[in-house]
Ligand binder design. Structure first.
Ligand code: AHR
Length: 529
């Protein structure tokens, strides 16, 4: 008893002699300098025929006991509507370049089957096809983003798909669509011409793909007043030669977007790590790999600037997110992984990077929407849960189509505490540290300013002084926080609300200065008006 008392006294004495310094960060938001809009399409999603991403996750069929609308589960529809998803990319991914769309139309019982060679070798019965997808997009009020087949399809096949979907007059394809029950054209705009054509989409050289792109995209016609937004299959991570060759060989007018794919693996492709079991080193590695997205966009963007200084062609990051090892006991070809508070912080950091580059990055798609990779939704039979990453998309939806406000952040570093480096690739090595606070801000059409802070330091709360330069009046209208006891916290079918959004009341705003404490390992958004 006595020893315990002495220990407490010693501890108190130590606290007096060496007071813990509160961590502090300063942020300056330039409210009067906003000029670029954060395109809502940065908040896009991706659903591939992969594992339970479509079948079970979205599509259960009209006869399912799971409540559904035209075969798509109602719980998922409701969750997606709530976060206002702006676009949905489909049918792949690698699957896109072996998908033959004509197999997925007409009477569902008579559709031909195929083998999904990329993802588990399972039989694909084509019951979810063009009509099912485009009808779902209408129900969700989201823009469809269709990715066509360059790798194993023909120019004619792709041209006919566009005609089938978008032509309203009298034509063989438009008539076939009508026979299949859809009178009006869907007027799809976002059109991908192949996927990862340097790899699963045909293993092409950049020069060969550029030629293919020119041919395929020529015959993807604009019908009526509908203008296609043609997206070329872009680089794998830091393949700058791919970007350079495409920009050089494809005339600007033929391409609206150029894609970029980048996944975060804890320690690289060979050591993806686990979604749930990770140590501080793994955490740091995944953070450093996350902020590498900033370098990638900067370098690809610099190349594009040479050929397209007006930034007419956008960077379309149509696959991004964390890719870990599959959960033990699940099909390795189904890419099913859990999702923790770490992934929520990674999503926040990434979205902040997209905002920063919103003059060039106009579309992005997290991979993937349901049950695959960094999913925002997980399902199990008739049960559904929302992951921490879902809540980030919910928190951030206020930034959609708002004007990005440039800002500067002076933050303490979150560091691994040694001089170890993170090896991103053979060429790229980065220091094992980053700013603990990342921030982003925007002004919406009503004049409200939203500032979001991400504190990646899992141990230290950070006091923030945020000056809203150019906005003296106003008051804090609301706040939201996403936090958890530790980075490994996640939602399960037994505890679905373990990590969820909560109101945040701890912000003060006076004479243009916002002050708040952002808890360790959390995201906070404040609305000021
Ligand atoms: O999202 C999983 C796969 O990752 C996609 O099919 C492919 O495009 C990428 O390599």
């Amino acid at each position: 008893m006595k020893t315990q008392k002495n220990l407490v006294i010693c501890f108190l004495l130590l606290c007096i002699l060496f007071p813990m310094k509160a961590q502090k960060a300063d942020v300056v938001v330039n409210v009067d300098l906003g000029k670029d809009t954060i395109c809502r399409h940065i908040y896009g999603h991706f659903a591939e025929h992969l594992g339970y991403g479509i079948y079970g996750g979205l599509w259960v069929g009209e006869d399912s006991p799971i409540p559904n609308t035209n075969g798509v589960r109602n719980d998922v529809i409701q969750a997606l509507k709530h976060i206002q998803i702006p676009n949905l990319r489909w049918p792949g991914g690698c699957f896109a370049d072996e998908y033959h769309w004509m197999d997925g139309i007409g009477n569902r019982n008579q559709r031909p089957k195929m083998v999904n060679t990329h993802w588990g070798g399972v039989t694909e019965d084509n019951s979810f096809g063009t009509h099912e997808f485009l009808d779902l997009c209408e129900v969700l009020g989201t823009e469809p983003y269709v990715c066509g087949n360059v790798g194993s399809g023909s120019v004619e096949e792709m041209a006919k798909w566009v005609e089938y979907i978008n032509f309203d007059g009298e034509s063989p394809m438009a008539n076939l669509r009508r026979e299949n029950g859809r009178d009006k054209a869907w007027n799809v705009k976002l059109w991908g011409v192949g996927n990862e054509n340097w790899g699963c989409g045909g293993n092409m050289t950049p020069a060969a793909y550029a030629e293919h792109y020119r041919r395929y995209s020529t015959y993807c016609r604009d019908y009526g007043t509908n203008k296609l937004y043609r997206i070329a299959g872009g680089a794998n991570v830091d393949d700058y030669e791919w970007t350079e060759t495409l920009m050089k060989n494809i005339p600007n007018r033929m391409m609206n977007g150029l894609s970029l794919h980048y996944y975060i693996h804890t320690n690289g492709w060979m050591d993806k790590g686990s979604a749930l079991v990770f140590d501080d080193n793994d955490y740091m590695n995944s953070l450093v790999r996350t902020i590498y997205m900033d370098d990638l966009i900067t370098h690809h963007g610099n190349i594009m600037d040479v050929y397209d200084p007006e930034k007419r062609i956008s960077i379309v990051v149509d696959e991004w997110g964390v890719w870990y090892n599959v959960e033990p006991g699940t099909n390795p070809g189904f890419l099913f992984q859990q999702n923790t508070m770490r992934d929520a912080l990674i999503a926040g950091l990434t979205l902040n990077i997209f905002h920063k580059h919103c003059d060039r990055v106009k579309i992005a798609n997290i991979a993937q929407m349901v049950n695959v990779l960094q999913a925002i939704i997980l399902t199990d039979g008739d049960k559904m849960i929302l992951t921490p990453t879902y809540h980030v998309f919910d928190m951030y939806k206020v930034h959609q189509d708002a004007v990005m406000l440039p800002l500067e952040v002076t933050s303490p570093l979150y560091s691994r505490g040694d001089d170890a480096i993170v090896r991103i690739s053979d060429k790229v090595r980065k220091a094992g540290e980053l700013q603990a606070i990342s921030a982003t801000a925007s002004k919406d059409k009503s004049g409200a300013v939203h500032v979001t802070f991400v504190n990646v330091d899992p141990a230290n709360d950070i006091d923030i002084n945020c000056s809203l330069r150019g906005m003296a009046s106003g008051s804090v209208k609301s706040g939201q926080i996403l936090t958890a006891k530790n980075l490994r916290e996640h939602n399960t079918f037994e505890k679905p609300a373990n990590v969820q959004l909560a109101d945040f009341k701890g912000a003060k705003y006076k004479n243009g200065d916002l002050s708040l404490k952002v808890p360790a390992g959390s995201l906070v958004t404040i609305k000021i008006q």
